[in-house]
Write a protein that binds this ligand. Structure first.
Ligand SMILES: Nc1ncnc2c1ncn2[C@@H]1O[C@H](COP(=O)(O)OP(=O)(O)O)[C@@H](O)[C@H]1O
Ligand SMILES: N[C@@H](CCC(=O)OP(=O)(O)O)C(=O)O
Length: 385
């Protein structure tokens, strides 16, 4: 971690051709719960300029709930989901209308893309979203993405848009992600408290071990916890991330050393592995003996029936399931080849025995290595602290 030092020019950001920009509610709306037209125009000016310079921009915009408060006579963000959804329904329409006219000043079309966490988890929906976004970009349109708040449920919901923006950066294979908030950088603690100092560079979870990630501001959701999580998800796919405020958007996009730079990992896993690791949840669990954990985690082998000692939950073949060690620690996730009910009779058996006794269709792995992703829960925990 580098704190308040002169940071270096960021060539990866300056050279990125396809960029996801995410702006939080606090950067787009007024304290009265209405759209902040001036700030939206200022941000659109920056994005239009970037586009004119040859970049492709995907814009993830929060603010639907916040922008719906004023028109509905609400003075603060409601705590119940139904009223939040009603506010989002009103606010989203107003926001997109505003973006449409603001981008029209530059002759640029926008397209609304509303996604749910559930869409991210279903492979077919995920692929459809990918195709739509690709086509919008090919047509020169700026996609305006938000969570589909009106159908999201409490159980399965992003709530904040930080994680959604990181997943969108996977979907479109972005080369950079810019997170714009009401704070100009990540600090060692909540900048509303005295003594907090700006962090200019984050190279890995170890750099965040002593950072106090506080809650959100007046209208935002998730605070710094979800932004750091988003940076980790994007960085894991080799996407560099800058966290700063809307006023510094142009500088951030140009690679200037503003805000906080989250350095990406060098290696980009396949889109399928990224989807499995970050967009799905396990429908059940498979418990592994230590030898199988080693084979899957360290030697990156397929999971064979011989190493499975337990099965939990109700899933069908093709579902994502969590793979856990004997202490219940999640070590991997994969697409399982069998229904939950079939697995007890396979557990502990060699594939050769299964083929001989039960037929050749039982010779297959429980999870093939191509459908298996190792989850580094140690760094998860450190990143979320
Ligand atoms: N360590 C920290 N560094 C920077 N900001 C922090 C930190 N901890 C908490 N915050 C707070 O997080 C807020 C931004 O989160 P949030 O309100 O969810 O923003 P947005 O609406 O942009 O998504 C800031 O206003 C800041 O007060
Ligand atoms: N989808 C929601 C996002 C809510 C929210 O607060 O997000 P953020 O401001 O990014 O923390 C909306 O548009 O209101």
């Amino acid at each position: 971690m580098i704190i308040e030092e002169a940071a270096a020019f960021r060539t990866e950001i300056a050279g990125a051709r396809r960029v996801v920009v995410k702006a939080g509610s606090s950067s787009l709306t007024t304290p009265q719960g209405t759209i902040d037209a001036d700030r939206i125009d200022a941000l659109v000016d920056v994005l239009a300029m970037q586009k004119a310079a040859g970049r492709e921009i995907v814009f993830v915009s929060s603010g639907a709930i916040a922008a719906g408060l004023g028109p509905l006579g609400l003075t603060r963000r409601p705590s119940d989901l139904a009223t939040q959804q009603a506010a989002a329904s009103v606010g989203q329409g107003l926001l997109v209308a505003r973006y449409t006219s603001s981008f029209a000043r530059y002759g640029i079309r926008v397209g609304q893309v509303l996604l749910t966490a559930d869409d991210m988890m279903r492979r077919a929906h995920h692929r459809n979203a990918q195709r739509t976004l690709e086509q919008l970009l090919a047509l020169g349109v700026v996609p305006i993405v938000n969570e589909n708040d009106t159908v999201a449920t409490d159980e399965i919901r992003f709530g904040d848009n930080d994680r959604l923006a990181a997943l969108v950066s996977h979907i479109v294979r972005a080369e950079a992600l810019i997170l714009l908030s009401d704070v100009d950088a990540l600090y060692t603690g909540d900048p509303r408290e005295p003594g907090a100092r700006r962090i200019t560079d984050v190279r890995g979870p170890q750099d965040l071990a002593d950072v106090k990630l506080g809650g959100s501001g007046r209208v935002g959701t998730g605070g710094m916890v979800t932004k750091v999580e988003a940076a980790r998800i994007a960085g894991g796919a080799s996407v560099p991330v800058v966290l700063t405020n809307a006023a510094s958007a142009a500088a951030a996009l140009s690679g200037e050393p503003v805000g906080t730079y989250f350095h990406p990992e060098a290696h980009r896993p396949s889109t399928r592995h990224l989807w499995l690791a970050h967009a799905t949840v396990g429908h059940g669990r498979l418990v592994l003996d230590p030898g199988a954990v080693d084979a899957v985690v360290r030697r990156r082998k397929s999971l064979l029936p011989a190493g499975v000692t337990g099965v939990q939950g109700d899933f069908t073949a093709g579902d994502p399931v969590d793979v856990v060690d004997e202490n219940g620690r999640v070590v991997a996730r994969g697409l399982v080849n069998y229904d939950a009910g079939e697995i007890p009779s396979l557990m502990g058996r060699s594939t050769r025995w299964l083929a001989r006794e039960m037929g050749p269709e039982y010779e297959r792995e429980i999870i093939h290595r191509d459908d298996l992703v190792v989850l580094d829960r140690e760094s998860d925990r450190e990143g979320a602290r």
